[in-house]
Design a protein around this ligand. Structure first.
Ligand code: SF4
Ligand code: SF4
Length: 555
């Protein structure tokens, strides 16, 4: 008997009922996207330090080959998604809020799709050390595929201070139009469960929950049916209410466990870790099949396309190639969005590639979600606060962002805003609230970077002053020691001199002592007496100092 539902579900604050628009891209199974002529692989497809290219222009590379290595603690490598020749390593257009190009490795594919075979581990994952598993996950270049792009191996290593009880797989996929996770769950439930078991082993978590919105009954059924009897004891597939943003990390944790993760804290601090279902799939591929992350499922949908569908896309595929394959009716779309309509990013250049975090390409002839009339003043209706899932005061955030009061806005927990767009969606004054929040965040980050820079400059200056002061003290100490040494030498000299003088005195004293004493010559003959007298006279002449002639001359 399967044990599918936890005893209770909790409700998170706010949220919205939104039209799904999911059916059109779910009519057919996931199709492989065609191999593009050029693959453009940015070295920064994740949160953290960009990877560093390790190939040269003109070099032939194989599919699965690492072409850019991870740099620093928070980073992952990038792998070639097909075989071919590196023709450029240069900045290329990427989909990024800054609009700036990103350093990319460009491969001209050769159509052979020749793969590098990566050797596997000698033992099953359950026999491997969690640290070894995390290392392999990092080497496979795996990041959170739900959109954030945080390196997965770090989230599987919460640190010695945290005991993880619950591992959650996020299959909620709450944004309209996006169906890549739903289709992956339908088609690859066993691989997802295998990835979940690997993560559970790495975290040593006691229980696992898979949260899926209840508008995806096929995905829920597929995963439940794939569970073995043994797994069913500690893995629960839970249908959660379809309320946007049910797939927000903190919202899903609240719904499934009742735990409210406090502001500015990580779920790990509450004993919970949450990963996306597609990340679990990628981890299973990496650990069980030695397959680095080079493809992902992308939903290509919207009114400007004739063949909305989910595709297995090689990372680095230019968006325009994918749109063409999906039957783009007009290459000059009114709106092309990377991601969903609520949280997605507008794309202006279709030469930008699909990267690890690209879950959906939404090509619309008109944007029903984001086309807004001219903004009017805030009427303080409070609708935005009512729907905010992070329980913030969006109108206050707006006031302070508008006034550029970036200190005050942080008192209202700006950085807890998940940019879900609920406030924006309901605002009767059509104020583009999320744009204000993004602007404020960018300004604060820029200011922090400046502060960090000036902090570093200040520290350098202080260190410079410290070095000068230190040198001065060292010089003084050196001088003092030298003086001490000199004084000691003088003292030794004096001592030596005194010793010499004392020795001389001793010699004189000895000589004086040797001076001839008058002898008793009463019993001697005259000859003997004269002889002794002569001897004494001679000895005296030898011991007595020479007469001072000058003294004699000048009395
Ligand atoms: S919903 Fe709009 S008008 Fe109403 S309080 Fe919020 S910002 Fe102001
Ligand atoms: S965008 Fe931010 S402030 Fe607005 S509803 Fe979502 S979390 Fe709240």
């Amino acid at each position: 008997m399967h044990n599918h539902t936890p005893s209770k579900l909790w409700r998170f604050h706010g949220g919205l009922k939104l039209p799904g628009h999911k059916a059109s891209s779910m009519r057919a199974s996931i199709a492989p996207a065609t191999l593009p002529r050029y693959l453009i692989l940015p070295v920064q497809q994740h949160i953290g330090a960009p990877a560093v290219p390790i190939v040269k222009i003109g070099e032939r590379v194989l599919k699965n080959q690492c072409i850019a290595k991870a740099e620093g603690l928070v980073s992952v490598p990038v792998h070639a998604s097909s075989s071919g020749t590196v023709i450029a390593i240069e900045p290329r257009p990427v989909a990024h809020p800054s609009g700036m190009p990103g350093l990319s490795i460009v491969i001209e594919t050769d159509g052979k799709d020749e793969a590098l075979v990566i050797p596997g581990a000698s033992s099953a994952f359950a026999q491997q050390d969690p640290a070894q598993i995390r290392e392999r996950i990092r080497d496979a270049g795996i990041v959170g595929l739900g959109g954030a792009g945080f390196p997965a191996f770090i989230k599987l290593n919460p640190g010695p201070g945290y005991q993880i009880n619950t591992l959650i797989l996020n299959g909620a996929e709450c944004e309209p139009y996006i169906t890549c996770d739903a289709m992956l769950m339908q088609e690859q439930p066993r691989e997802i469960l295998d990835g979940l078991l690997i993560m559970q082993h790495a975290l040593q978590a006691q229980r696992c929950l898979i949260g899926i919105e209840d508008n995806k009954p096929e995905a829920i059924a597929a995963l439940r049916n794939a569970l073995t009897v043994a797994e069913n004891k500690f893995i629960k597939v839970v249908a959660v209410p379809t309320i946007y943003p049910a797939g927000g990390e903190k919202q899903l944790i609240r719904t499934l466990t009742g735990i409210e993760v406090p502001a500015q804290q990580l779920p790990a601090s509450m004993g919970v870790i949450c990963h996306n279902v597609a990340t679990a799939f990628a981890i299973a591929q990496a650990i069980s099949r030695q397959q680095p992350l080079i493809t992902r499922v992308v939903t290509v949908t919207g009114s400007a396309l004739t063949q909305a569908r989910n595709y297995w896309v090689r990372l680095g595929t230019p968006m325009r190639d994918l749109l063409e394959q999906a039957g783009a009716t007009n290459t000059r779309f009114a709106h092309l969005t990377l991601g969903g309509p609520m949280m997605g990013l507008g794309v202006t250049d279709t030469a930008a590639p699909v990267i690890k975090t690209s879950n959906c390409l939404l090509a619309q002839t008109e944007n029903k979600f984001q086309t807004k009339p001219v903004a009017l003043p805030c009427i303080r209706c409070g609708e935005c606060a009512r729907v905010c899932p992070a329980q913030l005061l969006p109108q206050q955030l707006y006031w302070h962002a508008h006034a550029k009061d970036f200190d005050k806005i942080q008192d209202f927990h700006l950085f807890d805003c998940i940019e879900c767009g609920c406030c924006d969606y309901v605002c009767p004054s059509h104020i583009p609230l999320v744009q204000y929040y993004r602007f404020a965040k960018t300004e604060i980050w820029a200011k922090e970077r400046e502060t960090q820079k000036s902090d570093i400059a200040r520290q350098r200056h202080e260190f410079h002053l410290w070095r000068i002061e230190r040198k001065k003290l060292d010089d003084e100490e050196r001088k003092r020691k030298k003086m001490e040494l000199l004084n000691k030498v003088d003292a030794d000299e004096d001592h030596k001199q005194s010793a010499i003088e004392a020795a001389l005195q001793r010699v004189h004293a000895k000589k004086a002592a040797q001076q001839v004493q008058p002898r008793n010559t009463d019993n001697l003959s005259d000859t003997q007496r004269k002889l002794i007298h002569d001897i004494d006279q001679r000895r005296m002449q030898h011991t007595e100092p020479a007469p001072n002639l000058n003294k004699d001359k000048n009395p």
